[in-house]
Design a protein around this ligand. Structure first.
Ligand code: GLC
Length: 789
């Protein structure tokens, strides 16, 4: 943010808040001193292996001063736990019992080897751990860990050819090799810039990718920690046992297995995949209606309008300002009649106001965060002094869940959880609460050092439960600024307050991809950046790129000029329309990807190294599912760009021209164009009004193609569904597509359209030739045969 926007931002906070945040910062400093535990700089090595014993699915090892348990929770998937130290609760990994796994164990000169499903893990007599395949190729080499203070430090070797991805949202290069991060969810002061750390959302998971193989390490420890990718891999935790899981396989398999452990993403309602329009704030009913009218007038599709903090009564969470929104229920009904959902923001800070029902309840029922002396934790957010629910307390979550009723009854369809790192305005030091706060932590008790990173995840648990309770026939939808591994089970994420510049746009792609592989498959950034004034070119390029990211929303700060698609000029309006239409024409494709993420743990967007590990360096292109390759323009003034094509053959989405795989090409990308390509051998469902067009892309080579899928249901709720798979094979100049279907859902339109991209001679469907312009095929066809010569 430049100086002018910063001043405008501070002005917007108001004098009362500025003074209070100074007071808060001073008070916090005193509390940190008063309640700080005695310094503990001790360094204790684990010592030597003294004995070991076999247990179900693994073994335990007694070292001079520590204990290691190795358990294969699935064949080939080890979990290592070094104690002493508090074990994690079940918030992130909620499975504690696993089916027994057969493990072959042998003791040799160097240690004890445990073998399962092609993986050999050897525990050395000094506490080192080597993970290798059965040919002896080392996948990961851990040094003996060390107890440092009240926590553990884990160290492992890095090879020269390894790149690392994940860790949540980082303002870092794409591969995080060479970086060091603090895992302590935090609102940066102002918009984030390159190198700022920590940021809103972290995840203690990283994926190693090298030509020799790949693994994913996930540390189930939410304590404040530091992860370093400098000379070696180092993870230093300020408390808790050292528990981690090692997933091995291809990058894609590792990520999928990781989601299998921390939970697949919740199935979103279909509308959430459409376009969202937001602004801090649409300040009253008239403005919300004006936005809906604007979209209708300009013939732009719109699924959601977000309502930022002005809708509340004095920023009191779960209230509505009756002057600005006299009849919110009627407004949401009118919006719904136009196909538009309303989403409202919720902040966790509860205004300290003895006359405010929520504050009174939270205080009287002991549901707020406390200091060690039993006093309330007090911090400053939009309503000035606030208390904060202790979301680690099941009773607090239950109470919070109950509050959603008032907004659900008014027709609100989804919730936007903001300021939940948790944020508290501070004049210096991090913008968050005192680290000496204490928590209920599911009844076992603990400190903020352990609960902080889980705060937003546990808030999302409450929000999800509240929606299930009060609209059981609909799927919950939450957008959360902060989170941790496991968030996908409940919420999506947006990347907070980004700057309005080209770096921020470029970084968005890196962040969304790194979030995807570390536990957050649905994310996107405020189009145009949050706090500035993007020019037309930046706005359009950001809009075009985001049209192919999971979360598609324009948002802007209160002190910036308005940014709806019609705020620039006719050309901008026309170009946004093209990309909105492209998004809506691919909604069934997105929805099918969403269903696959829920069913299998796959991600919606995929980095190019999932196609080919040689492509680890490509951070400005991405796959959407397995069929589409997006290559957005991310640089000012460019009207062409270099595209790297993975193996196979690729078709320009708009023109159908073909590109060979394993090549690069310079493609045209004028301002209205976001280069996108479909993989030969794919079958992509495209929405044409209420009909589906199956678009088949002819593969260049014989063999199976990726084919495609189409998932359909009522768009929300938990009723019948239909999953169709289209297996594609090319052999001897004949391409055959075979349809298989499971489920009882019956789509309204009983015909589909067929479009074939790539040169071919004739087409028949279930033995009947498709002649002339006829592209209609029955929706329940069995086989399409395409003759190429
Ligand atoms: C925070 C959010 C931003 C929101 C603003 C006001 O800065 O990140 O998206 O508009 O608060 O609620």
């Amino acid at each position: 943010m430049d100086i002018i926007t910063t001043i405008k931002g501070l002005k917007n906070l108001g004098m009362e808040i500025l003074v209070a945040s100074m007071q808060y910062t001073i008070q916090r400093g005193k509390l940190e001193k008063k309640f700080a535990p005695p310094k503990d700089d001790s360094v204790t090595p684990v010592g030597q292996l003294e004995s070991w014993e076999r247990i179900e699915s693994g073994a335990t090892f007694n070292f001079t001063s520590a204990k290691l348990e190795v358990v294969f929770i699935k064949p080939g998937l080890p979990r290592l736990t070094w104690t002493p130290g508090t074990l994690p609760g079940n918030t992130v990994v909620n499975k504690n019992s696993f089916k027994p796994v057969e493990v072959a164990i042998d003791e040799g000169a160097f240690g004890v080897g445990l073998e399962s499903d092609g993986l050999k893990l050897t525990v050395g007599k000094d506490g080192s751990v080597t993970v290798a395949d059965l040919d002896g190729n080392v996948i990961r080499q851990d040094e003996p860990p060390i107890m440092t203070g009240r926590g553990w430090t884990s160290r492992a070797a890095m090879n020269d050819d390894e790149s690392f991805f994940g860790m949540g949202m980082k303002a870092s290069p794409f591969s995080v090799r060479g970086c060091e991060f603090s895992l302590w969810n935090m609102e940066p002061r102002g918009a984030y810039k390159a190198g700022d750390d920590p940021l809103y959302i972290s995840s203690p998971a990283y994926l190693s990718v090298s030509p020799r193989g790949s693994y994913l390490a996930f540390f189930d420890n939410s304590f404040k920690s530091t992860f370093s990718f400098k000379e070696r891999l180092e993870s230093r935790f300020e408390g808790g046992a050292l528990r981690y899981y090692l997933f091995t396989g291809t990058p894609e398999e590792n990520v999928t297995k990781f989601y299998g452990l921390v939970g697949h993403a919740a199935m979103p309602p279909r509308w959430a995949l459409g376009y969202h329009q937001c602004r801090w704030s649409y300040e009253n009913e008239a403005q919300v209606r004006e936005i809906a009218e604007g979209f209708a007038k300009h013939d732009l599709p719109l699924s959601v309008i977000h309502m930022d903090i002005h809708y509340m009564d004095g920023y009191r969470v779960f209230t509505v300002d009756r002057k600005r929104f006299p009849d919110l229920k009627k407004l949401s009904q009118d919006m719904l009649a136009q196909g538009i959902r309303l989403v409202t923001i919720l902040d966790p800070g509860v205004k300290i106001d003895p006359d405010y029902f929520l504050f009174k309840q939270g205080r009287d029922q002991d549901l707020f965060m406390k200091l060690p002396d039993g006093e309330l934790v007090r911090g400053v957010v939009w309503p000035c002094w606030c208390a904060f629910p202790d979301f680690s307390d099941p009773a607090a979550r239950d109470w919070w869940a109950q509050q959603y009723k008032v907004l659900i009854d008014k027709g609100i369809s989804g919730f936007w959880h903001d300021m939940n790192e948790p944020a508290a305005f501070a004049a210096w030091g991090g913008s968050t609460l005192p680290s000496v706060a204490v928590h209920k932590l599911e009844g076992r008790g603990g400190t903020h050092l352990e609960a902080h990173n889980l705060y937003a995840l546990q808030e999302a648990m409450a929000g999800f439960e509240g929606q299930r309770r009060f609209k059981p026939e609909r799927r919950p939808w939450i957008l959360s600024r902060s989170g941790w591994a496991g968030l996908a089970r409940y919420a999506w994420h947006w990347t907070g307050d980004s700057e309005s510049n080209w770096w921020s746009l470029q970084q968005t792609i890196r962040i969304v991809l790194n979030l995807s592989v570390s536990g957050v498959p649905y994310s996107g950034a405020d189009i145009g950046g949050f706090g500035g004034n993007p020019d037309k070119e930046l706005y359009l390029r950001w809009f075009e790129a985001t049209a192919m990211l999971p979360f598609f929303r324009v948002h802007s700060a209160v002190f910036t000029p308005r940014r709806e698609p019609w705020c620039y000029d006719e050309e901008t309006l026309d170009i946004t329309r093209i990309h909105l239409r492209r998004r809506y024409s691919l909604l069934s494709y997105w929805y099918t990807l969403a269903a696959a993420a829920t069913r299998t743990g796959s991600t919606l967007v995929r980095p190019l190294y999932m196609e080919d590990v040689k492509l680890v360096g490509v951070d400005d292109q991405f796959m959407v599912g397995h069929s589409l390759l997006a290559a957005p323009v991310l640089e000012k003034g460019c009207v062409t760009r270099k595209v790297t094509f993975p193996a196979g053959n690729w078709y320009d989405w708009e023109t159908g021209s073909m590109f060979e795989g394993d090549t690069t090409a310079e493609v045209l990308a004028p301002l209205d164009t976001m280069p996108m390509f479909a993989r030969g051998g794919s079958v992509v469902p495209v929405d044409e009004g209420n009909q589906i067009e199956l678009r088949v892309f002819i593969p260049a080579n014989d063999g199976p193609g990726v084919g495609g899928e189409l998932y359909r249901d009522a768009g929300d709720g938990y009723g019948a569904s239909l999953l169709e798979t289209f297996a594609l094979v090319r052999q001897d100049n004949v391409v055959t597509i075979t349809r298989q279907a499971t489920g009882d859902f019956r789509p309204e339109a009983t015909d589909m359209l067929l479009k074939i991209v790539g040169s071919h001679k004739s087409v028949s469907v279930d033995g009947r030739a498709l002649e002339g312009d006829n592209r209609l095929i029955p929706f329940d066809f069995s086989t399409i045969t395409i003759n190429l010569d």
